[in-house]
Design a protein around this ligand. Sequence first.
Ligand code: FAD
Length: 468
Amino acid sequence: MENRVIEEIKRLIPDPKRVMTDISDLYSYSYDASFGTYLPDIVVQPKSTEEIVRLVQLANQEKFPIYPRGQATGLSGGSLPVKGGLVLDLSKMNQTLIIDPDNLVAIVSPGVLTADIHKAAEQYGLMYPPDPSSSNVSTIGGNLAENSGGPKGLKYGVTKDYVIGLEVVTPEGKVIRTGGKTVKNVTGYDLTKLIVGSEGTLGIITEAILRLIPKPPATETAMVIFDDIVDSGRAISKILTSGILPSKLELMDQASIQAVEDYEPVGLPRDAEAILLVEVDGHPLAAKDEIEKVKAICIGLGAREVKIATTKEEREELWRARKLVSPAIVKIKPTKISEDATVPRSKIPEMFKRLKEIKEKYQLHLVIFGHAGDGNLHPNIITNKLDKEEMKRVEKAVEEIFRATIELGGTLSGEHGIGTMKAPFMEMELGEVGLVMMKRIKEAWDPNNILNPGKIFPEPGQKLVLSE
Ligand SMILES: Cc1cc2nc3c(=O)[nH]c(=O)nc-3n(C[C@H](O)[C@H](O)[C@H](O)COP(=O)(O)OP(=O)(O)OC[C@H]3O[C@@H](n4cnc5c(N)ncnc54)[C@H](O)[C@@H]3O)c2cc1C
């Protein structure tokens, strides 16, 4: 980026603390929670929609890319400045968090942390259900751009199901409002839903109106231990067809169990092949009845043991094991390639078999955990990016995981998005014409290709490269 343009940006945002060009700052903004590092030319922390408008208009005039970024917890490379340019750090734009209990909505700025929305809603006896496991550190802007899910997605749906209005700066630097505070709104195309999940390629979200629901009065939690992971897959299918819809149904495979026990022993059985964590919520009597039914189903399908939490503390202790998985697995080896291939629920046992085969074929440390109840397994390959030979095997294994997923009628990504990591596989799922139709939307919205270029759409002949 030319110095002249950098100086113009500094003139537009006349606060040196919010405009960074030092090499150490640029390095801090060169990576996210996925793979790869790319240096931006400049980082700006905007405080208002007007500042963003000015920057986007300048970018169109001078033709430099803008990379919106929340807290960079993304697992598919969405915020990476792959073509340099300007990183727009929206995490400091967090001034608004209003709960409007009469309309059952929250109005939020993009940099507000998701967990803060949960806490604010609870003070009114309300709930904002989307709960990515990163809620304590991820921003609502990032959640909206990725259409994030989380454990509660199984019963309550994902981010897009709770967004009814947005303020957006378009890629050409205009401000639009989509939707509003009404639950029903069918005026024209649903631009709210188009922007949600667009990974910062179609607009910069500067405010959102989120739908809230009443918080269920009771919750029951069970930990179920299985000797055979395929049996746990059968139990998931059986629970979901028994008339019970758990609020969470999470899985940990043997590798995750052992990683947690090595990292911080919590008393999990190292020899078990799988653990399911099942939570139901609702009226207290219904929740009690349902968790007992879950227990009976699991025992009937060969579960070794079912522990039901009797206090809030016991419930938190059961969930602690699941929360420890992410920090624990990166102690095995330093590089984590996280996938969130998702299959129809009835195909979960078959997907477990395929993943076992891929793990053995490529001799890799493949760990499976995640939101198994909605088929959103998280196969994570734990590796070391310095080991080039192993990284070649990882590249092949990732491609095979995607092939298996699509063959089983699934999708490349249930919640982590496409970013850079899955762009090469888009056509595998969408087909040529499907991909062209999506590209046409991008070209119509962003004729100068300013917002987040290098994401979602593969360059001609692009392959997943992890070994260079
Ligand atoms: C330990 C861990 C657990 C996780 N668990 C889950 C989980 O359970 N479920 C889940 O879905 N994800 C999960 N994630 C992934 C990640 O946290 C989510 O994708 C999250 O929404 C990213 O938020 P962020 O603020 O970090 O956004 P970033 O990573 O900074 O950005 C993500 C994308 O959003 C765009 N973006 C950010 N802000 C805006 C904005 N205001 N306007 C337009 N575009 C914007 C960026 O350009 C980028 O494409 C997890 C990640 C980690 C590290």
